[in-house]
Write a protein that binds this ligand. Structure first.
Ligand SMILES: NC(=O)c1ccc[n+]([C@@H]2O[C@H](COP(=O)([O-])OP(=O)(O)OC[C@H]3O[C@@H](n4cnc5c(N)ncnc54)[C@H](OP(=O)(O)O)[C@@H]3O)[C@@H](O)[C@H]2O)c1
Length: 301
């Protein structure tokens, strides 16, 4: 299949591109002009262009069949008003321009697999969250709602749209695990806040397999929670990571007020969470290779 991908130079995109090309798909990665692009596997190529602006890239995109939308500025930073605008625009404008490109197609059926996040549901101390649950009202939830709405507009042009609500992606060479591993190896791992907040995660290999699955299952559309069936609380995550690294997590919990002081509003995201379950994928019979945290960490570390 001819796949067009935004955000393909990032942590998730690099692994996904490798998996897709190994399966024989051809991948075009839209990337903003700049230095230091990762080398590509055979079957993948770069197309230069800024997804937040309309441009000649849209016509090139139109010749593809499957569109994977991953682009977005990183949320892992202190959120100033300017940063919040970047977080929004890098997702909303990218998705809007990509949908415009897809709508410009002259023939054939198109599929859009677009990213969202479990932040959609807002923060919940307790209770299982499935695709049918409604959105939260905080900044990340509103961002996810608007992001999904832009992707859904492609339906008007007869495009199949699947929305992938990612949990925290655990993988090699990037994402949340790398800095945590460094910290824990320095014997500085500890729970955060109460330690009771839920942490919904997914192994990068399972996430890539979900994309392959959704590409093949053309009868499926709408939102999919892309999380492992075994979410954990923050304290359990800390213990399991320390065990996997064979170090001791002995420092006292990082107090919540300190997280807020250092990280501002983003600190609140680490102190709160949500227990999200992959209800639709399990119902459809998708097989998770890494359903629980110990098996995922053993594979990755
Ligand atoms: N990693 C996670 O745990 C996680 C969890 C939930 C949701 N997500 C979402 O999944 C997507 C992929 O995650 P990731 O971890 O692979 O992200 P990443 O490593 O930060 O990569 C994102 C890509 O987006 C593009 N990008 C960055 N800033 C941009 C901007 N201002 N305007 C337009 N494009 C920009 C970059 O591509 P170029 O520089 O090549 O243009 C970059 O390679 C993101 O949208 C993220 O929010 C990730």
């Amino acid at each position: 299949m001819l796949v067009f991908m935004t955000g393909g130079t990032g942590f998730v995109g690099k692994n996904l591109t490798r998996v897709l090309t190994e399966k024989g798909h051809e991948v075009t990665i839209l990337t903003r002009p700049g230095e230091g692009r990762p080398p590509l596997p055979a079957g993948a190529r770069y197309l230069e262009g800024d997804p937040t602006r309309p441009g000649p890239w849209q016509e090139r995109a139109a010749s593809h069949e499957t569109f994977i939308n991953l682009a977005g500025a990183s949320i892992f930073s202190r959120w100033t008003e300017r940063r919040k605008r970047d977080l929004l625009e890098s997702r909303i404008l990218t998705t809007r321009n990509l949908v415009e490109a897809i709508r410009g197609r002259r023939k054939g059926i198109a599929h859009l697999l677009s990213t969202s996040a479990v932040g959609y549901y807002g923060f919940h101390d307790e209770g299982d969250l499935y695709e049918g649950n409604g959105p939260g009202g905080d900044f990340l939830a509103r961002l996810a709602v608007d992001w999904e709405a832009e992707a859904d507009r492609a339906r008007e042009a007869g495009v199949r749209v699947a929305i992938c609500r990612f949990g925290i992606v655990l993988g090699k060479g990037g994402g949340a695990l790398e800095p945590l591993e460094r910290l824990f190896r320095l014997y500085a791992g500890s729970p955060v806040g109460s330690g009771r907040q839920w942490f919904s995660w997914i192994h990068e290999g399972d996430l890539a397999r979900i994309f392959l699955y959704l590409m093949e299952r053309t009868d499926l559309d709408g939102p999919f929670n892309c999380t492992a069936p075994g979410p954990v609380r923050n304290a359990e995550f800390t213990r399991t990571l320390a065990d996997a690294l064979r170090v001791r997590a002995f420092l006292p919990a990082v107090p919540g007020f300190l997280m807020r002081l250092v990280l501002g509003e983003f600190g609140g995201v680490i102190l709160k969470g949500q227990k999200v379950l992959p209800g639709r994928l399990l119902k459809e019979g998708f097989h998770f290779r890494f359903p629980d945290l110990p098996s995922a960490l053993e594979d990755l570390l």
